[in-house]
Write a protein that binds this ligand. Sequence first.
Ligand SMILES: O=C(C[C@H]1NCCC[C@H]1O)Cn1cnc2c(c1=O)CCCC2
Ligand SMILES: [Mg+2]
Length: 485
Amino acid sequence: GLGLSSKKDENFGEWYSEVVVSGEMIEYYDISGCYILRPWAMSIWEILQTFFDAEIKKMKIKNSYFPLFVSPGVLQKEKDHIEGFAPEVAWVTKSGESDLEVPIAIRPTSETVMYPYFSKWIRGHRDLPLRLNQWCNVVRWEFSNPTPFIRSREFLWQEGHTAFATKEEADAEVLDILELYRRIYEEFLAVPVSKGKKSELEKFAGGLYTTTVEAFIPNTGRGIQGATSHCLGQNFAKMFEINFENEKGEKAMVWQNSWAYTTRTIGVMIMVHGDDKGLVLPPKVAATQVIVIPVPYKDANTQGIFDACATTVKNLNESGIRAEADYRDNYSPGWKYSHWEMKGVPLRIEIGPKDLANNQVRAVRRDNGAKTDIPVANLAEQVKDVLASIQQNLFDVAKQKRDACVQVVKTWDEFAEALSQKKLILAPWCDEEDVEKDVKARTKGEMGAAKTLCSPFDQPELPEGTLCFASGKPAKKWTYWGRSY
Ligand SMILES: O=C(C[C@H]1NCCC[C@H]1O)Cn1cnc2c(c1=O)CCCC2
Ligand SMILES: [Mg+2]
């Protein structure tokens, strides 16, 4: 049927579940936590993949593919990081009727799959840097509320795994990759993110430090980890004996990174830009950027209108704009307007008898509903400008909304108040893990506890003598806190 039954500002969870289906991105599946990615979603993933894959190839990073299955021995090898996650690991225990001798794990991530072979392949400094990536699926048998794109038991991602002779090289790459993740969110998905460092408590336990791009969902007042780029230090090199003979002939351990973004990116974009008419797609990631709708009137020159639509699509496509026309004669123009608004197509072009007579088209923007008549003359250039304006406007509006949610606090009372108002909290913190654990304990509730999201690289001024909002100890850094996904 037409239209959503839930409103974004009234029942966000229901609105989201409905819009991903009505927008034809997701089909629910008969196994909980698993979803079908329909073409309208897959095309976004492919656009992001095309960009990211080209960028890492410029960095001389090579794609590979490692097996889906992990033998139990290696999985347990990385104990301190795995034991926290063990319940999430899915296991193959049978083939056909017979039990497997030894159960086999399905990869939840590939450190333990890859690193025994890094150890074998890396002998001397000439084998470094070794920089591999793989595009694949991973399985994590999550139990908390599954949400399409945001938290599913299987998801698509890329995982980069690199090894260097020096820490400096690893540190530099961590930030290069993080900048690509920022570009994915801000330049393609039109979603503002904050670059920063995860706390010791929130970082990847197997690594040395974790950097992240953090997004925020104003409707729920929750932060969400957008993508992560970790320096693993020499932790995994020690565990998996990944050594090399350096230029002085000494045996040294490599310095490693691992980094990933996932199909969660699509869910964040939907949550940030969607509205009560449906999806709103940023033009950069829209498989169809312009939908052309013929508006025949009685029998006034119907063929002329169809021809004009075809010419318009051809002109736009020749200018590199992804345009389609909807000629279906079993749907009215009005029905088509609603349908393509639901799918979030950034720009609609209507062509009726009047438009034909005036040698113009009627363009309607999905982001702000603005209608303009554009002369056919230099249509493609004008449409390009409108699409660029839509892309920028979506980012600007999202950034303004996110910034409006940021609340700077200095005391616990201000923190508690801001949390109750679903704010993204920026607070001076002493950077002590026990204090972070204490904040979690004090804010526990059915909405979930507050946690650190990241300490932004872009630190505001921290005046001498500023005290931690939670412990009263001398503050060391400004940190974003909030509830999260
Ligand atoms: O996956 C990572 C770290 C790292 N993996 C590779 C890509 C970058 C980064 O995500 C952390 N992690 C998260 N979740 C899980 C695991 C895990 O290692 C292992 C067990 C199952 C759940
Ligand atoms: Mg997890």
